[in-house]
Each structure stands twice: as C-alpha cells, then as structure tokens.
Design a protein around this ligand. Sequence first.
Ligand SMILES: [Zn+2]
Length: 145
Amino acid sequence: MIIFDLVCEYDHSFEGWFKNNDEFKSQQSSGLLTCPVCDSENVVKVPSATNINLGKQKETIETTNKKHISPQQQQIALAQQVSQFIAKNFDDVGEKFSETAKKIHYGEEAERNIRGTATEEQTKELIEEGIEVLPIAIKKDSKPN
Ligand SMILES: [Zn+2]
C-alpha cells in the first residue's frame, strides 16, 4: 500500500491510497481517479516538494546537533574547571595536609584554603576535630607501597 499526495486541476489537494504505482496509473488513465471536492478527473501526483523540504530540515537538525556538547564532554569540562580552580586558589601543602589543616584550625597558621594528600585515617581525625575537609578523589598513577 502506498499513499500519494494528489492534486486536481483546481488545486484541491488530497491523499490517494493505492496498491502500487501501476494501480495509481491505471486509475488515473481510466478516469476512476477523481477529486473528492470537485469530481475532476484531472488529478496528478503532487511533485515531491514535501520530501525535498523534509530532507533539508533533517539536514539542518543533524548539523545543529553536532555543535552540541555531549553530557560526557560537559562533565570533562566541569572536572577540568574544578581542578583548575583548586590549583589556582588552594595552597598545595602535599603530605603535610593534615598537619597544616590542624595548625590553621587552631590559629597557628594563617587561614587559607589548602589542598594536599591525607590518608583515610587522617581525614577522619580532621573531621572529628571539627575541621572542614572535602575529600576529592583525583586519579594519580598509583605508587607501589
Ligand atoms: Zn478538485
């Protein structure tokens, strides 16, 4: 079954259902195909302008989508921004993180944002002492112990 967009000589457009293209042609030539509005036998297939337009639209949509950043790329970009922010605004104290955090907490050192490494135990200890710690996992090449 195929559907054709048809139009009569008076510009009435309608749909015609046919078994195949041959059936459409035979109905058209034998005068069986008439306009449902004016009964004109002068019915032709609408030039496939609709299909051409749709094709162009599809192309436009696909092109637009390519410019969009995927959620994965957004996540990567966000992670990069976060690590850049930390690198810029946090003083790297390395393995002295726990020690320095305590010193800052007890006013022995100037208050500032610090970053560094701490063991799970050290982190727990800091939290127990009421020191604000935000554990961020940053992937590094694992060193053998
Ligand atoms: Zn008509």
